[in-house]
Design a protein around this ligand. Structure first.
Ligand SMILES: C[S@@+](CC[C@H](N)C(=O)[O-])C[C@H]1O[C@@H](n2cnc3c(N)ncnc32)[C@H](O)[C@@H]1O
Length: 235
């Protein structure tokens, strides 16, 4: 098989996860999403922005079949090579234009919706791809508090104004910078709520993500506020 040369950022991110440096991913979000999908085994689930596929592979044991989508071809190649699972299909496509014959039973996006500019097209397309009563859940940095964790990069923050930022990707236990920045669109919570209702989603609820006391001790600094939020919607 031909050897693929992955970028430094891809290898760096993979090492963070494999060396257990990403506490938030491993101790908070993996258990969160496992619990989220534990109630009943959904048949066909769509993941938006699967990245390197670590979460996709872990969650595949909770699902009958996962279609894990990402618009970046290099991360999808990495996921196919390093996070293969017989019930995961990695797809290199853009969720804004992705079309499928499948009526998905659920859709989730872990840390990708905030990097997508066109929320209107996103919500319209996800709605179209889901069967009736299917769920759509997505985690993003908490719009009310994230700027407090990023004081230098988000100096001009104003809660009610939508604003595009290019942020460094770093985690508490590894401050070494990646070469590429992460696109982050700040939008107030009401922006997400309004767009969800506009596209006829219902039963909207949120989880504000804050570590338990035991897990908080693993971080170099205490979180004063919930750093992330998960929106849960139903078609
Ligand atoms: C911050 S990464 C998160 C990756 C992964 N979910 C994780 O938590 O490690 C965001 C991912 O969303 C993908 N993405 C952004 N816009 C997208 C779009 N319109 N369609 C599909 N994937 C997209 C990016 O290529 C990137 O891999």
């Amino acid at each position: 098989m031909k050897k693929i040369n992955y970028s430094d950022d891809i290898l760096h991110r993979s090492t963070q996860i494999l060396c257990h440096k990403d506490i938030t991913f491993e101790k908070i979000f993996v258990p969160y999403w496992e619990e989220h999908f534990s109630k009943h085994k959904l048949n066909k689930v769509l993941e938006i922005g699967c990245g390197l596929g670590y979460l996709s592979k872990i969650l595949s044991s909770k699902l009958c079949f996962l279609y894990a989508l990402d618009k970046a071809s290099d991360v999808v190649s990495f996921a196919m090579e390093h996070n293969f699972s017989p019930n995961v299909k990695y797809i290199n496509n853009d969720i804004l234009t992705y079309d499928s014959e499948i009526n998905f039973d659920g859709c989730f996006a872990h840390m990708s919706v905030h990097s997508i500019k066109d929320l209107d097209t996103l919500f319209a397309n996800v709605y179209k791809l889901l069967r009736k009563d299917a769920s759509f859940s997505f985690s993003i940095p908490h719009p009310c508090f994230y700027h407090l964790f990023r004081p230098k990069e988000m100096k001009e923050f104003s809660y009610l104004n939508v604003k595009e930022y290019d942020l460094d990707f770093n985690i508490s236990l590894d401050q070494m910078h990646m070469h590429n920045k992460i696109k982050y669109y700040h939008r107030a919570i009401s922006v997400y709520m309004e767009i969800a209702y506009k596209h006829k989603f219902r039963n909207i609820s949120i989880d504000e993500i804050y570590p338990t006391e035991d897990i908080m001790k693993l971080y170099p600094e205490i979180w004063d506020y919930p750093k992330y939020i998960v929106f849960k919607l139903k078609k």
